[in-house]
Design a protein around this ligand. Structure first.
Ligand SMILES: O=C([O-])C(=O)C[C@H](O)[C@@H](O)C(=O)[O-]
Ligand SMILES: [Mg+2]
Length: 445
């Protein structure tokens, strides 16, 4: 078992926590079995997860593949005491900005389990000659998985001395590295993403401008793509009153609202989102207030969330599919959150969604911000007509490209310290900027 931290390049994407720095990090697990097959898993970056995975090596090496659940239980038991209680998932950087102890926070047991689980499932699928989705839940439920165009406001990287790529040309590869702050610019990004990847579903990362401006940007996307589903996600930045004022009557624009508001005045985020849902009649999604089974139970009892975004990186692959089955049986809609990731995670998302029964919502992926400038597998899954085809190849269906992984590891060694410090990058645009979970990051006037 090898644990390899890697880094990739990013655009200057704006969010509630500031601006993405030019680099992000991830942790890879590679498992080699005694037949010489290699299984791979990818999870968020960070020292905490890296160290926990390194400690798990002795629990994994030498175990039998057929007893993969037992191996995961051993890692769970060993790691459980050290990993923190679940925290809501905004970004690694959000929590880092607030707490400034990145190595001590955001270590969730599920992140560690998910990395080992993905690599074991990859190996087990290869051994049995079946794709991973056949080993999850009730097996494969679909042949392709809808993905959404995850759009962001983009900062002007030329105002920094940070090594962002410079965008040239008016297609997706050019536009994704150029400033986009207006509804018109966001709609152009949507057009370029559709031209390259054929999306029918769109999400705008909010928490940057005033609530009405962000709904106006969503409306601009909808005008350009009237048959598309559009959502906005301010990561809980809006007060209930602001969220209701911005979204009420906008059901023709918003297919659903993701974390439109959060905890306030002594009420939990689940309670407040339930009030938003009743007040507006707009469906809600979350990756902040229903991120584990206990939160999920409260959320369901309150009628807060229609679409839990069960990211396998913090629900585990089996947990994510288990939640998909529950959503199907209970009349909810399953989706997945994402964070900056490489193509191994794209394959992990795809297999979970492939095993999710019934109607699912198009899943989040940040891959469009990385696609074309980084890959860790020889042939990354492709987004075509807004979908990724479920591979018939055994395991995850991706082959690690060891030369690319070595290069991404070398980049990690160079840049890890400053990667995904969103506050640092934002200070180039707004000197002295600090994170406030209830203030848009840019439009604070
Ligand atoms: O849906 C979400 O909340 C996310 O995708 C969280 C991410 O960290 C996003 O905010 C980002 O990449 O800036
Ligand atoms: Mg979200």
């Amino acid at each position: 078992m090898r644990v390899i931290p890697v880094a990739g390049r990013d655009s200057m994407l704006l969010n509630l926590c500031g601006a993405h720095a030019p680099f992000f990090t991830r942790n890879l697990v590679l498992l080699t079995d005694n037949a010489g097959h290699v299984g791979i898993g990818e999870v968020p970056g960070g020292e905490g997860i890296l160290k926990a995975l390194e400690r798990a090596i002795s629990l994994v090496v030498g175990t039998e593949l057929g007893r993969w659940q037992r191996t995961l239980n051993a890692v769970r038991a060993a790691c459980g005491g050290r990993c923190g209680a679940p925290q809501h998932q905004v970004t690694n950087a959000a929590e880092e900005s607030v707490l400034r102890q990145p190595h001590e926070i955001n270590l969730r047991l599920e992140n560690v389990i998910a990395a080992v689980e993905a690599a074991l499932l990859d190996l087990f699928g290869q051994y049995l000659g079946v794709p991973v989705c056949e080993l999850l839940g009730n097996g494969r439920q679909r042949d392709s998985v809808p993905m959404l165009a995850y759009l962001f406001y983009v900062g002007d990287a030329a105002r920094t001395d940070l090594p962002y790529d410079a965008g040239t040309g008016d297609d997706w590869y050019g536009l994704r590295d150029r400033e986009a702050l207006t509804p018109q610019a966001i709609a152009c990004l949507a057009d370029a993403a559709v031209d390259r990847y054929g999306f029918r579903d769109f999400k705008l990362k909010g928490g940057v401008m005033a609530p009405e401006q962000e709904v106006e940007a969503a409306a601009a996307i909808k005008r350009h793509h009237p048959n598309g589903n559009v959502t906005v996600d301010p990561n809980g930045a809006w007060s209930l009153a602001q969220a209701v004022a911005a979204c009420k009557g906008q059901g023709h624009v918003l297919a659903y609202a993701e974390d439109p508001c959060g905890p306030e005045q002594g009420y939990s985020g689940r309670e407040i989102i339930a009030e938003f849902r009743r007040a507006t009649g707009i469906r809600t999604a979350t990756n902040m207030v229903a991120t584990d089974w206990r939160q999920m139970a409260h959320s369901y009892l309150l009628g807060a969330v229609d679409i839990p975004l069960a990211d396998p990186h913090f629900w585990t692959m089996q947990g994510s599919v288990r939640l998909a089955q529950l959503c199907h049986d209970w009349g909810l809609t399953w989706g997945s959150h994402s964070n900056n990731h490489f193509d191994v995670s794209l394959a992990m998302f795809t297999h979970c969604a492939a095993a999710a029964p019934g109607d699912i919502t198009a899943i989040d992926t940040h891959w469009i911000w990385q696609e074309g400038r980084a890959r860790l597998t020889t042939e990354p899954p492709r987004i075509v007509r807004g979908k990724v085809a479920v591979s018939d190849r055994p395991g995850l269906g991706v082959e690690p490209d060891m030369a690319e992984i070595a290069a991404a590891h070398a980049l990690y060694k160079k840049v890890a310290a400053g990667a995904r410090d969103d506050a640092m990058a934002m200070r180039y645009l707004v000197p002295g900027w600090t994170y406030d979970p209830k203030m848009p990051s840019l439009a604070r006037g």
